[in-house]
Ligand binder design. Structure first.
Ligand SMILES: [Fe+2]
Length: 190
């Protein structure tokens, strides 16, 4: 399924990251020391839920991916998925990142190479408040198999360039299992 990027049309409307998350994205190219640092920043954020929900947009045709902020160090994306919508199997062009399920649930399938084919290694269902961690070599697919819309917040460093889709080399995945407590974010208040 194709994605729709709304980067251009949102430039004047998107609030700054400090208002949105309670902190500003670092600026310098080497300002993000590790993936762990990135995960902790998103995990410990105090999002303005009202502000965030005002940015949610769904599209019947494809999932909507909005760049909320981008510096030399990292980028922040909001992705809105209608039921049945999902990404292609993809890598992240060497970037690493973390995704926070803001609303709904998403299935994540991770793939490993077996010769020239990608085989599903792990399939997990992430629910509201869960974090999904994407290493620089992660190849995965994210899909909303639920009956309601899902919203996810993604933080990547460095900003993503040259994502590769792999759908033609893929063997399809089995049913997902829950992400579980080990990767659970703290409970949201309210
Ligand atoms: Fe991804």
């Amino acid at each position: 399924m194709r994605e729709r990027s709304t980067t251009g049309e949102w430039d004047r409307e998107v609030p700054d990251t400090k208002s949105l998350l309670g902190w500003s994205l670092p600026e310098g190219r080497d300002a993000v020391p590790s993936l762990t640092w990135l995960v902790e920043r998103l995990r410990d954020s105090r999002p303005d839920w009202g502000l965030l929900s005002s940015l949610v947009r769904f599209d019947d045709e494809r999932y909507v991916r909005t760049t909320l902020a981008k510096t030399d160090a990292c980028e922040l994306l909001l992705v809105c998925w209608m039921p049945g919508q999902g990404s292609l199997v993809h890598d992240h062009g060497g970037s690493a990142g973390v995704s926070l399920l803001v609303q709904g649930s998403l299935d994540e399938t991770r793939y490993d190479w077996a010769g020239d084919r990608l085989l599903p290694a792990v399939v997990e269902r992430a629910r509201e408040g869960d974090l999904l961690i994407e290493e620089s070599d992660t190849i995965h697919r994210v899909h909303n198999s639920s009956r309601r819309g899902a919203v996810s917040l993604h933080l990547y460093a460095p900003p993503m360039e040259g994502m590769t889709p792999y759908d033609s080399q893929v063997v399809r995945a089995p049913r997902p299992v829950d992400v579980g407590a080990g990767r659970k974010r703290r409970q949201r208040a309210g």
